[in-house]
Structures are given as C-alpha cells and as structure tokens.
Design a protein around this ligand. Structure first.
Ligand code: 5GP
Length: 190
C-alpha cells in the first residue's frame, strides 16, 4: 500500500486580493476532510459574511482578553483591525489527525513558523503585479485610503515570498486549488 502524507498544519498566505478565498472554497469542495480554521477579527462584518463561518466577529475588548489569556496561536493588526487564530481548535484537529489549513497574513505566518516549525508555509502568488492591482481595485467594497493601505501591504507581502516553503501561482483557481490539495495531505490513518 502506498504511504499517505501525515496530516499536518498548512498556512496559506499571500497578498490581499490574490484570491485566497476562491482557492480555499475550491479546496474545500474537493477535500472536505481539510479543516479550515475560523479566525477572530475586530473588522466589521461585510454583507456577504456570516459570523462563525468566515470569521468570529468580536469587539476589541474581547480580542484583547483572548490575547491576555493566551488563546491565540498568532495574531496581527492590519488596516486598523485585529485578526487572530484561536489555538485550541487547531491543536485538537491536528491531534485527531486532520489536515488543518490557516488563511492568515504574513505577520501571522511568521508567528506560526516560530510556534510550530513543522508547519508548511504556502505562498499564493498573483500571475503578475498588474493583475493583483486590478483585483484590489475591482473588489469595490473599500474606500481609496483602504485600497492604498492594501497596495502597500500587498507589496510587502510579495517581497516575503522567499520565506515560504512553496509558492502556488493563482493563474487559475482550479489549477491552484489542485496544487494546494496535493500539498495538504490526507487524514492520518487511525
Ligand atoms: P480581510 O479583512 O480582507 O478578510 O483580511 C485581511 C487580511 O487579514 C488578509 O491578508 C487575511 O489573510 C488576514 N487574516 C485573516 N485572518 C487572519 C488571522 O487569523 N491572523 C492573521 N495574522 N491574519 C489574518
């Protein structure tokens, strides 16, 4: 029998607007056994988002309480909002042998690298900077100052690609998702 890769923690990072959500949606359709961490954030909920599905939406006081009580595996501040990964569900899933996927920003990826050196860091890259700019503007949900901050943040994130174990280019959502499914591994045989 062929050996299967052990279940493990994978971090997916990449500049805002690169298409992480679309790729992850496709990965979930193909590999329902992969567990996707739900982050906590102080960012206001967008109309298309559901509390507990896309994020756990909390206020700043609650987020700070979670930091103080060490409930977050990592956290970061981005465009004036706090984002973090609750630690307990991640460790529980890994212990149960399920592949775990975290969708977090560069600062978070660096913290996970320190806290869990065995984690696999995957960088989702745009086919080109021009295409990324087009996607960042095209989203149409943010004001010009937020877009400016997203550009600056995206440039910083693109420069960090070398810190990651693998780069997946999002030239096509289906192709990128296939590549990621191959990297995530299967559930451990219990
Ligand atoms: P958005 O507000 O567009 O949903 O997310 C903004 C940024 O926050 C994205 O780059 C996203 O990857 C990042 N992000 C989302 N959740 C987390 C998290 O739990 N931790 C960290 N460090 N970044 C996160």
């Amino acid at each position: 029998m062929q050996a299967r890769p052990a279940a493990r923690l994978t971090v997916l990072s990449g500049p805002s607007g690169v298409g992480k959500d679309s790729v992850i949606e496709m990965v979930r359709a193909r590999s329902p056994w992969v567990w996707l961490s739900v982050s906590v954030t102080t960012r206001p909920r967008r109309d298309n988002e559901v509390d507990g599905v896309h994020y756990h939406f909390v206020d700043r006081a609650e987020f700070e309480r979670m930091i103080r009580s060490d409930q977050l595996l990592e956290w970061a501040e981005f465009a004036g909002n706090l984002y973090g990964t609750p630690r307990a569900p991640v460790t529980a899933r890994l212990r149960a042998g399920e592949p775990v996927l975290l969708k977090i920003d560069l600062q978070g990826a660096r913290q996970v690298r320190k806290a869990m050196p065995e984690a696999q860091l995957v960088f989702l890259a745009p086919p080109s900077w021009a295409e990324l700019e087009r996607r960042l503007i095209g989203r149409g949900t943010d004001d010009p100052e937020t877009i400016r901050q997203r550009f600056a943040h995206a440039r910083e994130e693109l420069a960090a690609e070398a810190e990651f174990d693998v780069t997946v280019v999002n030239d096509s959502v289906v192709r990128a998702a296939d590549e990621l499914v191959g990297l995530l591994g299967s559930p451990a045989l219990l």
